[in-house]
Design a protein around this ligand. Sequence first.
Ligand SMILES: [Ca+2]
Ligand SMILES: [Ca+2]
Length: 237
Amino acid sequence: MGRRRFTVGLIALSLCALPAGIARGSVISQWTFNSSGPDNDPTTGTLSPETGAGTITTVGGVSNSGFAQGSSSDASPTATGNNNSGFETQSYPPFDQGNKTAGIEIAVSTVGFQDITLSFEHNQFTGASALFRVQYSTNGTTFTDAAGYTGSTANTFVLRGDDFSAIPGLDDNPNAKFRIVAEFQGQVYSGLGGNYQNNARNRFDLVTVSGTPLPEPGAIGAAMVGLLGLGLRIRRR
Ligand SMILES: [Ca+2]
Ligand SMILES: [Ca+2]
């Protein structure tokens, strides 16, 4: 292959690859809760995201109960050894009060992304509310119900989440927030087993907000200039 043909081919290949790369969903922010400096101790962890930026806080009177063994699905390098943490919460309200108010809140700017998804692993302990509800907010203050789910097995991490690609208000939004809250349908306790215990724990791991990068005309132009420059450098060799 001649040098010029190689150069043109390289540029064409790169340009072809660009839209596919932009169309691929990617992680905006992810919490593994693992200590960033592995210490072989799951009871020490962090509420700082391992990837991206954002905050996780408890809401509705729920207490932060620290960190404990995380999900076996956590494949992060920081989970190696015995450093795989999950985030534990308790002190949920009585089942006839505070419906869909208590749980955790996740704030992540989705600026530059569309087709937002939230996924997480949830371990509901015996005595915890079986029902939980995902909620989202486009303004950071008012929340709208999204997917609900009912746990059936206590003390086991289960993958949960929702797809917000039909909610354009969450796209490219610095105020995007999500909540995962206990739901008491009809103010009746629906539990995983035994009696409701507001001190029953709910543990979370791998809280992940993903999206599809928005195509930026300026960035594509800059990429093209860069690729042309690369082609010229190769030609000069
Ligand atoms: Ca973890
Ligand atoms: Ca640790």
